[in-house]
Ligand binder design. Structure first.
Ligand code: TRP
Ligand code: ZN
Ligand code: CA
Length: 461
């Protein structure tokens, strides 16, 4: 049109709003509208990409359930290792190195980068096992660990096969789920804890101080399957503590603050270096009170672990429920504190990129997309990606038409929306529609002067 006035000089919203009122009424009458339509935040302007294009879901994924059967299978292996090596897995004894080899092989096979760090204590070689999960911010390291050594008087299945196996299974689950955390994840299995936190202290003392300052938190798990269990949370870094407490609260499990010897496990090595720490514990040789037996069950007046540091700390010395709950709590903390994200299913995209001109103030036009190879109905959150180039998008009414002709209104006309283009991803509840068939994007320009075309559109199933 030759009489077009430069937009910048024209008080258009005011003048055109009269036209608009007519047009909107016509548009509303134009088609049946069904279903819930939510406009994506990316709808405002061509500058912002549809959120689906980013490739990651916006919020952290929920932690998976850790298989207690898998954790117990690791405990069975550690028990066998002890049985084959004089009944223990103690520092300086062959059962310890065999334990390291077992855990390392699992981690290597799952894609971790493992490192064995050697040290000497009481004249014997000790080993720490470190496993890094590739990726994440190297300046923000979330670390979880457990001591892998037993005392020499027993196989150390609760102390601390339990923490070792649960951390191992959590790491293997990270790999299975292909977790892509914002933070870098590191896992550690410490040697010679029973000689006085020797391995973890060696690790921390030999970390260059820039690396120390990159550890945003260390989570410790030492004895988490005690046979007469309590649910104790370390009262240390408040953020870590509340992540654990929230987990147990959400399951209706009461917790208490850990008081059976602060500093008696490997978290003390990290805490002494100024690193925020936290952890879980189900109790050692202290007796369960009657109040504790009331809230947690079990036997009052009896030790949380009657086999603590004894030959009877075998696979029979485990409370499966405590092991299960604490294993899930570990995963919850790692997923939450690392703000992990997994690759979302990118979905199957059906797209039409052929331009379709939209006549000015004219009849509706449409562009089709043939969906094939699906079974059943369309999703309740069908993503409809729309790319319409137009010089006044308020003119446009946009519907999605299902194969049976049902119309889903995605956008109404508006006399006040003078922006260019409709570049947006709409979410349509299309769950009552059969997926396969010919879908249409129907666009009508209901007001004179500005024009445009459908550039492309797509459905993501
Ligand atoms: N670390 C001790 C051991 O291995 C067990 C223990 C006692 C403990 N009190 C604790 C562990 C408090 C964690 C927190 O023998
Ligand atoms: Zn111990
Ligand atoms: Ca127009």
């Amino acid at each position: 049109m030759s009489s077009r006035t430069p937009r910048i000089a024209e008080p258009r919203p005011t003048r055109r709003s009269l036209l608009r009122r007519r047009a909107s009424a016509a548009a509303l009458a134009a088609g049946a509208v069904a279903g819930l339509v939510v406009t994506a935040p990316g709808a405002t302007a061509s500058a912002s990409a549809p959120s689906a294009a980013r490739g990651f879901s916006a919020s952290p994924v929920a932690a998976p359930d850790i298989s207690v059967a898998n954790v117990k299978a690791h405990l069975g292996e550690l028990q066998s290792i002890a049985s084959a090596n004089g009944g223990n897995r103690a520092h300086g004894r062959p059962g310890y190195k065999a334990s390291v080899d077992y855990v390392k092989a699992k981690l290597d096979a799952a894609g971790f980068t493992t490192t064995v760090q050697q040290f000497t204590s009481s004249g014997s070689t000790g080993y720490n096992l470190i496993a890094d999960w590739p990726g994440g911010d190297p300046d923000q390291v979330l670390f979880a660990g457990a001591h892998l050594d037993s005392v020499s008087s027993g196989p150390g299945i609760n102390d601390n096969g339990s923490g070792s196996a649960a951390v191992l299974e959590t790491a293997l689950t990270v790999a299975r789920e292909n977790l892509k955390p914002a933070k870098h994840l590191r896992f550690g299995w410490w040697g010679a804890e029973e000689l006085g936190l020797v391995g973890s202290r060696y690790y921390v003392n030999n970390l260059p101080s820039p690396d120390r300052s990159k550890i945003s938190g260390y989570l410790n798990f030492d004895m988490i399957g005690s046979p007469n269990p309590g649910y104790f949370v370390y009262d240390d870094d408040p953020q870590i503590e509340s992540v654990f407490k929230d987990f147990f609260a959400s399951k209706g499990i009461p917790t208490e603050i850990e008081t059976e010897g602060d500093g008696r496990s490997d978290h003390a090595s990290f805490k002494n270096a100024g690193i925020p720490v936290g952890g879980l514990f189900t109790g050692a040789s202290r007796a369960k009170s009657s109040a504790q037996a009331q809230k947690w069950g079990g036997t009052a007046g009896q030790a949380f672990d009657r086999c603590y540091h004894s030959s009877c700390d075998t696979t029979s010395n485990i409370n499966d429920t405590a092991l299960d709950r604490n294993s899930d709590a570990i995963a919850h903390a790692i997923w939450t504190l690392s703000a992990g994200q997994t690759d979302p299913d990118p979905g199957t995209v059906f797209e039409n990129t052929t331009d379709v001109a939209i006549p000015d103030n004219g009849s509706a036009v449409s562009s089709t997309v043939a969906v094939t190879g699906r079974t059943g109905n369309a999703p309740a959150t069908l993503k409809v990606g729309v790319d319409i180039k137009h010089t006044w998008r308020g003119d446009l009414v946009v519907d999605l038409l299902a194969p049976d002709g049902t119309a889903y209104r995605m956008k109404n006309s508006s006399g006040f929306d003078s922006a260019d283009n409709v570049i947006a991803t709409y979410t349509v509840n299309a769950s009552s529609e059969v997926a396969n068939g010919t879908w249409k994007l129907r666009v009508q320009d209901v007001a004179a002067q500005d024009t445009g075309y459908i550039d492309s559109w797509k459905l993501t199933f």
